[in-house]
Design a protein around this ligand. Structure first.
Ligand code: GCO
Length: 459
């Protein structure tokens, strides 16, 4: 489709940001009274994370957040999305509040505001207090209830200054990668638990929303949904049906309850042997009006019907990032358009988009990440095209400000605009950092320049 690589201008109030999350950047996992989280436990379990990497040090942003804010100022960021570590604030998940943990986020919010950067605060980005997992984790209804109490503590402390809250981040990944496929913490492979977690994570959004409306009435509240749009591999009706099923499990299972107040009937049927633990009143909480939807999008899924008709995802040989994810900028346009036109969402942020590539510093210290610039140009271009077509996208956050702990991939995947030299923790701007600075300064995505000529990989 045309127009993605061309020049796009963004409206004056459009927010340009970057995103991070606590466990991926903070380190200091045993300092100042922080309790253990499921990611401490999971990453300490042999064989779960590449290279045995953990978040114990990460980017040390717990101590170096001042350095990071200085870099954000250099970029000219309008907004910064970060997450609060629940175990830093309530080490056992419920009950006792750790004031030192709260103080850290208090300072972070103040320093961001002083730098003219709007905080977008994620209340949960996967670091569940281990004590709550020991009591059953997200499959238990007690967990969303504890989350509501934790959110109240945060809102009471930061609600006078924070104007944008994100309740949950990627409910699909929390429930299905964590409890169904076991690829993320806590590493369980129990379908019934993944289904129960799905509902309880969404319920926790509803409970948090109720609390935030009360304790932080001037703020806007949204949820972050990750979506990989699903396309059938061919015109064969069997592929089309398989795509509907895959889209149901991956997207509609989360979009529908939040934005329509009901679970999709076909998905409920597929899950009939392990039903969603819905109680009276839950869906009203989950679908209470929100101010915006945050979309995380990186790629898409293409599916083919297996011999039994079930969806099977396939790669099409197109270009991919270092995650092996296909680069498909029209996908972000399609999801934004769907959320607006099909689901009636009136305000959207792209809360994450970005790319991992194997960045290698040269002898002169420069990191020329033309592939990341090309990726961002195309995706931000697609976002620009969505805005030109009347889709209400109000901001865009690059994942990520800096290279960080990429979950089960440890430090082997680099998503940052800042290169992090992990042995020294030095931050070095990549070419994409300067590119984004210019985009923000001019509010314009320029046309993509051809890549500098480089040698091919020796074969
Ligand atoms: C999320 C994302 C991030 C990842 C990023 C790249 O949940 O918001 O998973 O934490 O680091 O999406 O995979």
């Amino acid at each position: 489709m045309s127009g993605t690589n061309g020049r796009h201008e963004f409206p004056p109030d459009f927010l340009f940001g970057t995103a991070t999350s606590a466990y991926q950047i903070e380190g200091a996992t045993t300092e100042d009274g922080r309790g253990p989280s499921i990611w401490d436990t999971f990453s300490a379990t042999p064989g779960k994370v590449w290279n045995g990497d953990t978040g114990a040090i990460a980017c040390d942003s717990y101590h170096r957040y001042g350095v990071d804010i200085a870099r954000m100022q250099e970029l000219g960021l309008n907004a910064y999305r970060f997450s609060i570590a629940w175990p830093r604030v309530i080490p056992e998940g419920r009950g006792r509040v750790n004031e030192a943990g709260l103080d850290f986020y208090d300072r972070l919010v103040d320093d961001l505001l002083a730098a003219g950067i709007q905080p977008f605060v994620s209340l949960y980005h996967w670091d569940l207090p281990q004590a709550l997992e020991d009591a059953g984790g997200w499959p238990e209804r007690a967990t969303p209830e504890a989350f509501g109490d934790y959110v109240e503590v945060i809102a009471k402390r930061l609600g006078d200054r924070v104007r944008n809250w994100l309740t949950q981040n990627e409910p699909y990944c929390i429930s299905w990668l964590g409890y169904g496929l076991g690829l993320h913490a806590p590493g369980r492979t129990e379908r019934a638990s993944a289904v129960a977690a799905t509902h309880h994570v969404l319920l926790s959004h509803g409970l948090a929303l109720e609390t935030l409306r009360r304790e932080s009435p001037k703020a806007e509240v949204g949820i972050v949904l990750d979506s990989w749009p699903v396309y059938p591999e061919s015109d064969d009706p069997r592929d089309a049906e398989a795509a509907v099923e895959a889209d149901g499990m991956r997207n509609r299972l989360f979009f529908d309850p939040v934005l329509r107040g009901s679970y999709p009937e076909d998905v409920v049927e597929w899950l009939a042997d392990t039903p969603l633990p819905v109680r009276d009143g839950d869906l009203a909480l989950i679908s209470a009006p929100i101010d915006f939807v945050g979309l995380n999008n990186y790629s898409r899924t293409i599916v083919r019907a297996d011999t039994d008709g079930r969806p099977h995802s396939v790669m099409n040989g197109g270009p991919t990032t270092d995650m092996g994810w296909e680069i498909y900028p029209n996908g972000i346009y399609d999801v934004l358009s769907r959320l607006h036109h099909e689901y009636g969402v009136q305000k959207l942020y792209v809360t994450e988009n970005g790319a991992a590539f194997a960045d290698v510093p040269r002898h002169d210290g420069r990191i020329e990440d033309h592939d990341r610039i090309a990726y961002l140009t195309q995706y931000l271009g697609a976002v620009g095209r969505a805005i030109e077509d009347g889709i209400p996208v109000r901001g865009y956050f690059v994942w990520s400000l800096l290279d960080n702990f990429e979950w089960a991939y440890g430090y082997s995947r680099r998503f940052g605009l800042l290169y992090v030299d992990f042995p020294t923790l030095e931050r070095i701007p990549k070419s994409s950092f300067y590119w984004y600075r210019d985009v923000i300064g001019s509010r314009t995505v320029p046309e993509l320049e051809p890549a500098p000529v480089s040698g091919d990989e020796p074969t």
